[in-house]
Structures are given as C-alpha cells and as structure tokens.
Design a protein around this ligand. Structure first.
Ligand SMILES: Cc1cc2nc3c(=O)[nH]c(=O)nc-3n(C[C@H](O)[C@H](O)[C@H](O)COP(=O)(O)O)c2cc1C
Ligand code: SF4
Length: 705
C-alpha cells in the first residue's frame, strides 16, 4: 500500500529544463500581480513569489513583463524589461526566490492588440494584420457601472487604433526580446518564458485568425511561426546555455472556427524546439474574452488542457508543461501517463502557497482549495492586484504567518457557514479555544447549499470541516444559540455568523405555499428551521433523503435530481443575482421551464465577471427565459405577473423561488450587547458578499482576537 507521502511520486520528483534543474515538477504559471511602480519590481511582488517558493513550488514564473516597456504593456503596473534600471528589482526577486529554495523564470511579452498602455499613450496597437471582426461584447450588459468605469479608466476611455507591424518593427521586436532576456540573465534569473499565446503579438502572428499577412510572416504555419522562431534564436544567442528558454503556446484557441488548432500548436512546437526552445508550456485561449474566458486562458474544467499538452508532447522531445486546473492528482496522473513533464498550478497556488510542502508532508487534505470563482483574475480587468476569495493574504503576504495569541480565550462562534468556520479555523490556529454552535444538522450553511449548484464550493467546505476538526474546534450542531445558552458557555468573545435574512416580496400572493425563499429550501435540505411551508414533493425528497442519507451529500442530490425531481414543470425565479442565476441554470438543466425575473439590468452579481458572462450565456443556452428590468406584480396559484417597460406580462408558475430581498442582519448580536464581554459580526450577517465576503470578514476579525 502507498504511504501518504508517496501519493505524488512523479509530481514531487526532480526535473530538468535546459540548463535549469528543479526540485519538483510543480510550476507557478505567470499571473499578473500589478504591483509595480513604473516598471520596477516592488517588495509586494517579491513577498508574493517568495511565499510560493518557500511553499516548495519547483519553479516560479513571474507575470507578464513587457519587453519594450512601457510600449506593448497591458498595464502601467506591469514589470518592465526594456532598460537596465529594471535589473536591480529583478535581481532582488531572483535572489529572494533562490534563498527560498526555488528557481525564477521571467515571462516576456509584447501585448500587441491587448497593450492598453499603448492606447493610453495614443500609440496604435501593433498587430500582424488589422482586426477584421469586432468581437461580440454584448456580455458587458451584465457589468455594473462601477466595473465599466474601472475598465474604461485603464485607457482613460480612449479608443484603440492599430498598426500593422512592418519589417523594421519585427526586427525591433526580436531585439527587444533578446535584450530583455539579457537583463534577466544579468539579474540572475534561471529561465525566460516567451509568450506566444493569449492574443499577444507572437501568439497573434501564429494564429490564422489574427494573421492575414501575405509576406513571409503570414500564410503557412512555418511562416506564421517565423517571428517566434527568430525571437527564440535571438534569445538563445543572448542567454542560451545559462538561462532556460520556455515557450508558452496555446494548445488550442477556442470560440472561433479559424483559431489555432491542436495540430497546428503541435507543429509549431516542433519548430520552436528546432529554433532552440528548452520546453513548451501548453496553455489554451478563448479568442473572445467576453464569451470564452472560461474556456481559456482560465478554464473552468478540471485538467482542461491535458489532452493538448499530450498532443504537443507527442510532437517534441523537450519537456512539456501542462496547465489549466491541474490539481495535484491530475498533474501526478498526467506526468505518470506521459502526457506532460511538469504541472503548472495557477489559481491553486494563489489559494494556497504551501501546496508542495503539504504534499511532501503527506497532508494533501490540508491544501486550501481554489474554488474556481474568478475573483482573482477579475481584478486584472482593471489593472488591480488579484484578490483571492479564500486566501485573504494574497497580495499582502505579510499577513502570514498567523500570529499566535498571547492569551488563550474562549471564542464562541454562532453559525457554521463559511464565515463562522473561517473564524473558528483562524482563531484555533492562533491558539484560542473555539466552540461553534449551529442549529442545523450539518456544517456549511449557505456554502453547503451553494455546493449543490456550484460543486467547487464543496471542496472549500470539506477543507474547512477537516481543518476545524484537525485544530480541535468543538462544533455543536443541532444546537440553538440563545443569549442564555451562549452565556452558559462563559465565552470571552462571541462571533455572530448567522448569515443574511431573506424577505418575501411585498406583492399579492407572496404568501402562497408554492412561493419559497432560499431559507425554506435550505430548511428542508438541512432539516432545520420551519419546513411546514415546504411543498409536498420537497418534503418527500427530504424524507427519502433522510432515509437513505441522500440529503447529506450535495453530489448525490445533484445526480439524483437529474433523474427524479418531483416538481412542476414551470418555475419562476425572482431575482437574477448570483444565487438566482445559478439556481435557474440548475433547474433548467433538470428539464424545468424556468423564467428568471431581474429588477435591474445586471445578472449574476456579485459573481466575478468572466464567470458571470459564462453563467448568463449558459442560462440562455439551457432555455432560461430572462426578463431584465422586470418588476414583480402579483403571484397567483398558477401564474406570476410582472411588468417590463410599462407592459404587464405573465408566465405560468408551479413554483416560485424568491432569490431577492436578501439583507444583512444580526439580531443576536444586538441581544448579546452588554451581556457578554465582546461581540463581533462576520459574513452575510454584516454585509451580503458571498464567499469572498464571508472569508475576508471572518479573517479580519479572527486575526485580531
Ligand atoms: C490573476 C491571474 C493573472 C494571470 N496572468 C497571466 C499572465 O500574466 N500571463 C500568462 O501567460 N497567463 C496569465 N494567467 C493565466 C495563468 O498563467 C494560467 O494559465 C491560468 O490561470 C490557468 O491555470 P489554473 O487553472 O491553474 O489557474 C493569469 C491567471 C490569473 C488567475
Ligand atoms: S480568487 Fe477564486 S479562482 Fe482565484 S485563486 Fe482564489 S479561489 Fe481560486
């Protein structure tokens, strides 16, 4: 039998890329941190990468660095590689990463048509050929005014213009890349990664869809790959033998017919190897970020690009790096099966920098999971530093390690949802004694419920459950918390994490038995609260579930409801925010005829933008009928009436689910005021802000107790 630490023998084995030896096969892929001032690397960046290096990651790749900074940069906060003044910052980073036991690779790019700094500076965007199609940006209808304003501010609202690169430009580009690599070498970097994907200039030259040239840089694959091959050769001449050269290429471009195919990517990889590349890093790219961002570069599917890396690996004899939701078990399997040589884990390493240390220690269950929520990358759309929904220390690594408490206190937490469990976890980790009370029969609160529609949330719940158990938190389920019962526990501090309150709309018929809020649905599933209003079919499910233990498992409920969901055909969901949108899609997926009514314009808020765009598209594809600017007027036993643009409309409804009217309230905290020494409120009870709000408010309180 395998011992726990032998579970990842391939992933944790040493590897070699060109002249660079690595301790293991786990790679931090490039992720923009947007922390630089005028192109120079700052301490925040160094802290971020060092945390991942100290956490055991074999290779650290920086976010995009602009070879011609500020020209060709996507953000003014991006690191520059165009002048020697950037070398000291790079050297400080390389030294710190080495001291932490890892190796440093610097990603080099010119952003081409995505170089927003050029637009800001009134410079036309450099492209192989002027774009012929304007991308469909209709998904932006779901952006809030604040988001639109922040996105527009990046280019000061200026409109992009284009410049088809001429031969002088191409010679200049090749020089820029080579000189940039020379500066990485001077700074002590171990590798460079040449970015030939994601629509940036070299990727655009490679792609048939972007490159319509008729000269020797357009047409055949060899012609389209020529510019990159020239860059590789020039970089090789400048630094080859001492600095490894990695080339990042899309194994597939998604969303448009004439995007780069996997066959072409594999063919290009052989040309790159011949030109001098030491490794190929296989990413993926959705050609229109407003429609395909969740296909690439940040896929929502686990192991999304493994087959692409396998195809490239079959074509070359240099190492291949796989990326795209490569969890440790997926990376281990892919390397063992010869589909990749290295596994890059992006968001998972944002969520937990100590992943490799934990794998090596044989405690993979301690790795804090990424929940694929896209909160981090959303910040990049307006040049800000990524935030992580589950790791509040991202972007501010000085918050870790957690400071042990000087005085152990008894913390009583009311509510075992995400905020309550995070308070418990952090407090216990810091050395406090913690008791958690929850009236339901299971952990998780809204997190458990949301894992029905969003399975990735279940991973966070399992982690919080196992960490609080490991840390000895005393969790008391099916326990009502009252002022008296709390006082009886003699707490030093009480943290109220009882979640939001939900109100039915003030319209005729809102009190009919087929009208539900998240509370009544959850009451049934969790077996707590008043279920008298829950309809017969759900009560039946609940009983069946209780008998067989089905309702304990979100996975089982997800599967069983695909075959058996004894409810009427027509469902109206009132409120198109995150919860309403996900529920609408969940029910439509199970054959229900769903109408979604949203009072405002945007759907899916506060879901992070790229995921929101996909969720709205999916809901439409699955047949959800969406009405924006819709005001609910009346609910009858068979119909729902609502008004859109001055017209009254109606639709059949066997069931109505109200996902609006959610607000923060913590009446228990008011009752406790003056009766216990210290009271705090966290999560939706203080401000309704989904998982990110729950974890961040909990962390803010628990790190100060
Ligand atoms: C916040 C953020 C910023 C990113 N910035 C870059 C970048 O600068 N260059 C790049 O090639 N890819 C970038 N990516 C894509 C990642 O390198 C990686 O390919 C992607 O996140 C998929 O891997 P994952 O599923 O393990 O996160 C970024 C991803 C994130 C989450
Ligand atoms: S913000 Fe969300 S997607 Fe990004 S790393 Fe954190 S959990 Fe993962």
């Amino acid at each position: 039998m395998k011992t726990r630490s032998q579970k990842y023998p391939h992933l944790l084995s040493p590897g070699v890329i060109g002249p660079m030896s690595l301790d293991n096969r786990v790679v931090l892929p490039a992720m923009d941190m947007n922390m630089c001032e005028d192109g120079e690397i700052e301490q925040g960046d160094i802290d971020h990468f060092v945390a991942r290096a100290a956490g055991g990651t074999g290779l650290i790749i920086t976010g995009c660095c602009a070879v011609a900074y500020p020209q060709g940069a996507a953000s003014t906060k991006e690191p520059g590689l165009s002048e020697d003044r950037f070398i000291p910052g790079l050297k400080a980073l390389a030294d710190a990463v080495h001291a932490a036991g890892s190796k440093l690779c610097v990603q080099m790019t010119h952003h081409g048509k995505v170089a927003r700094v050029d637009t800001l500076n009134d410079i036309p965007l450099m492209v192989p050929s002027a774009p012929r199609v304007t991308p469909d940006m209709s998904a932006m209808a779901d952006n809030t005014p604040a988001e639109l304003q922040k996105m527009g501010a990046v280019t000061a609202g200026k409109t992009a213009t284009f410049h088809e690169a001429d031969h002088d430009d191409l010679d200049w580009l090749v020089r820029c890349f080579a000189e940039a690599a020379g500066r990485v070498k001077a700074a002590g970097g171990d590798a460079v990664e040449i970015h030939v994907a994601h629509g940036y200039i070299l990727g655009a030259f490679l792609s048939r869809a972007d490159n319509k040239r008729t000269d020797e840089y357009g047409g055949s694959l060899a012609n389209r790959a020529k510019l990159t091959c020239r860059v590789i050769a020039a970089v090789k001449e400048e630094v080859g033998g001492s600095v490894a050269i990695i080339v990042r290429v899309a194994g597939k471009e998604y969303g448009e017919d004439d995007g780069l195919s996997t066959e072409e990517a594999a063919g290009a990889a052989t040309l790159f190897q011949a030109a001098g590349a030491d490794a190929i890093h296989v990413t993926g790219w959705g050609r229109n970020p407003f429609s395909n961002f969740t296909d690439g570069p940040l896929p929502d599917k686990l192991g999304a690009y493994i087959e692409l890396s396998a195809a490239v690996k079959a074509a070359v004899s240099i190492p291949v790096i796989a990326v795209g939701r490569v969890l440790p078990e997926i990376g281990e399997k892919a390397i063992a099966a010869g589909q990749a040589d290295f596994a890059a884990m992006g968001r998972q390493l944002l969520a937990d920098p100590d992943l490799v240390v934990k794998l090596k220690a044989g405690t993979p269950e301690q790795v804090r999971p990424c929940i694929n929520c896209y909160v981090c990358v959303q910040e990049n759309f307006w040049d800000a530093t990524p935030l992580c929904a589950v790791n509040p220390a991202l972007g501010n690594e000085t918050l870790l390690p957690l400071l042990p408490t000087r005085t152990t206190r008894h913390i009583v937490v009311v509510g075992a949802g995400p905020a309550g469990l995070e308070v418990a976890r952090v407090s216990a980790e810091r050395g406090h004694r913690v008791t958690v009370l929850d009236s339901s029969d299971r952990l998780g609160g809204t997190l458990w419920f949301s894992s029905l529609t969003t399975p990735d949330n279940g991973r966070l719940l399992r982690w919080l459950a196992s960490e609080t158990k490991r840390l000895g938190v005393d969790i008391r389920l099916k326990t009502e918390a009252t002022v008296a019962s709390i006082q009886a526990l003699s707490p030093d501090v009480v943290v109220v994490a009882t979640g939001a309150v939900r109100e039915l709309p003030h319209v005729p018929g809102a009190d009919l038995p087929h009208v539900h809020t998240g509370d009544t649905l959850r009451a049934l599933m969790t077996g707590s609260g008043d279920v008298s209003q829950v309809p017969l079919f759900l009560r039946t499910m609940g009983k069946l579930g209780k008998l067989s233990g089905i309702t304990k498992s979100a996975t089982a409920i997800r599967q069983i409801t695909r075959k058996f969901l004894p409810m009427g055909k027509n469902v109206v969901v009132v409120g198109g925010s995150l919860v309403g949108l996900e529920l609408a899609e969940f029910l439509a997926d199970r054959g229900r005829h769903v109408t979604l009514l949203e009072e405002g314009q945007q759907l899916g808020v506060p879901m992070a933008m790229p995921r929101r765009w996909t969720a709205v598209r999916h809901a439409g594809e699955k047949g959800v009928i969406i009405h924006r600017h819709a005001t609910l007027q009346r609910i009858t036993t068979d119909y729902v009436e609502f008004e859109v643009g001055g017209k009254t409309l109606s639709t059949r409804a066997d069931m109505v689910v109200v996902a609006s009217g959610v607000s923060a309230a913590a009446p228990l905290a008011d009752q406790l005021d003056g009766k216990v020494a210290e009271v705090h409120v966290v999560g939706d009870a203080t401000e309704v802000d989904y998982i990110e709000g729950a974890i961040h408010t909990a962390w803010a309180v628990a790190t100060k107790l």
